[in-house]
Write a protein that binds this ligand. Sequence first.
Ligand SMILES: [Zn+2]
Length: 266
Amino acid sequence: MADHFNHYPLKHFAATVADCMGMTLPETYAPPISWASRILKSRMGGTADRAVLYHADAVGLYIWQQYTQLFAPVYKHTSMAIPFLSTVASVTPVAHASMYTGLDPEGHGIKTYVRPQLTCDTLYDQIIASGKKAAILAMEDSTFLHIFTGRQMDYFSAKNAAEIQEKALELIESDKYDLISIHTFEYDNAAHAYGPESKEALNAVSIEAEVFDNIATRLNGFAGKHRILLSYSPDHGQHLTEGGTGSHGSTLLEDMNILHFFGTIQ
Ligand SMILES: [Zn+2]
């Protein structure tokens, strides 16, 4: 059977989120997936005034295919899943740069595992320019804290997913941020060390799904007050190496195909 790569490149992520928030991005951005944003906006009864984007690093589509039950905590809060195709190379800075700039790697300039501060326009710059407040909450040394640094927004880091959850709940409770991006890599770390389908890695999928569940549950307390867009959005997958550990960066299906989940609270 031929390899079936997902249809939508990650560069459509920024404009899709922006469209859900009622923002039109400059033409440099790949266009929104408008059928999806239309459905999400109709569920919310308008545009989102809040977005919380959770990035569980390196969770591939085939992990969902083979271990679907691990995603029950994500299903609980989401109503739409969209298959996305990661970038070439399928590594964190390349993929997250495309997700937040709407550009191919040639456009934003990060084509390999390098983490310069991006000087081109990002979704964060658009959010800030429209008078909204943005925050990044990420595990220590996250790519987010390198490539999206230097902007008029707040940056927070924490050691692990448990501490990220604690901080996320605090930020949500402050009711101050219009857009919060959250990045954890418990699965990525475990999959690199023990293999993408090892019990350690699968346990990390569950840990991150529980973090998402707890964040979404807290956001539900704002129903009636805000229209909130929620997403669970990995950047790439991982494949098993001959040595039994995990790796990514290739154009293998396991690295390229990912699945995003979107939900709304209103
Ligand atoms: Zn990654």
